[in-house]
Design a protein around this ligand. Sequence first.
Ligand code: NAD
Length: 483
Amino acid sequence: MKNIPVIMIIFGGSGDLAHRKLYPSLFNLYEQGLIHDNFAVIGTARRPWSHEYLREQVSDAIHETHDQVDENEVKAFASHFYYQSHDVTNVEHYVTLKKLAQELDDRYSAQGNRLFYMAMAPRFFGTIATHINDQHLTGSGFNRIVVEKPFGHDLASAEQLNKEITASFDENDIFRIDHYLGKEMIQNIMPMRFTNPLIKNIWSGEYIKNIQITLAERLGVEARGGYYDTSGALRDMVQNHIFQIITLLAMPEPKDLSSDSVHQAKQELLKSLIIPTPEEVKKNFVRGQYLGSDTTFAYKKEPNVDPDSTTETYVAGKAKFTSGPIAGVPIYFRTGKEFKEKKTRIDIVLKHINNPYGQAHSNNITIEVDPESKIYITVNGKKIDEPGIRREDLTYVFSKEEMAKVPDGYERLLHDVFVNDSTNFTHWSELKRYWEFIDAVEDAWQKENEAGNSEIAQYLPYRMGPKEADNIFESPTEHWIYE
Ligand code: NAD
């Protein structure tokens, strides 16, 4: 594998994301030789750490995520890390950072290539982008920036942030990361849809009754109550992960697998996304908040949450397109905290066909994304020794050995950033469309709140969310497949 020369600057180098995901993923890429001799990483955060202390942290992060490692390799890898105490709001600190980046560029022959990673609270993204620009932190080679979620709080703030970032970076060099796009089963949606005649030919409103996407979380807001109360499930999960999945399921077939073609197909689809009216939001969306139990707090009693909060910890809704292979097919989605189990799954529900047997089980395709990775198709056959129809699942699974080889989403996506492949990142025009949809729902809810008639369903923790979500279906023959 090609050794890519680069100086990487991580804003938020002492944070959770850097420790749990970025350092272990970088180590794996180092082991594969993608980054090797000509790279250095500058970790920045406010704390007064030393280079040595950061290297110990990096080494700990690798040991925590790997069963067996060659200690010499870990040591050699960690020696490429440098720490710069840096308050992102202090302009002078960017001057010191720039100097260090230049020194390391010379020492490691990094050819002026810079990779900036925003692994910090999103409220700082604009400030960092502005100072990268006004303090000229970019190098003379390639300059790429990875931006974590959420990219903005609504369309207006996303546009503002985009303006601040594009002052220094071209759209092609901005990698808006959504780790769902690095997941094995999400990356399996396109090959599954486009290589199987059995699936490709039924991918239309003629055969598909509806699609259902569930992103269930087992945990509550935990220590993130203060932040979460300003966000909610719609912004936190639907605006990014759920819409990425919807887009992959509904987009037309790209003409090839290049990043440009894939984004072109996505953008063509998104033009036809139906933005819901306030009446449609009232009819097709349910928002909820979890109640307490003997051992857990109700959402409104969580630390740092407003006791009168109208922020949703659960949302169910519907999306539809007027073009693309499944134009007109309802795509129902739901996500929330304190579900009965952690699970991400997609159910493609096929229409019933008339048959001489009368009753049959529905013939569905299910993609389980998390925690298991599998695809199964429910198939009807005959019962062995009595009349009637029997249901079996044909399952596509991975062996334990294969699963062990699946790289973490962050490793895959970091690899893509190094090799300059934007296929699995969000283009600005896609993000913009997602926000237009989210803003329409948020605005409708806001108006309901102001009129004093907000309907926020309260649901019992560790079940399947509010029962009101059973009423968003277009016809009485539809229901949630995963219950
Ligand atoms: P974190 O709170 O653990 O880390 C934040 C970092 O920012 C720390 O290093 C902190 O020292 C630093 N920091 C705070 N204020 C600063 C300032 N004024 N100047 C310089 N440094 C400052 O957060 P995190 O969980 O690592 O999340 C970072 C980003 O990654 C967020 O955008 C989050 O949405 C996203 N993300 C995180 C995860 C995850 O698993 N942690 C997963 C997906 C996305």
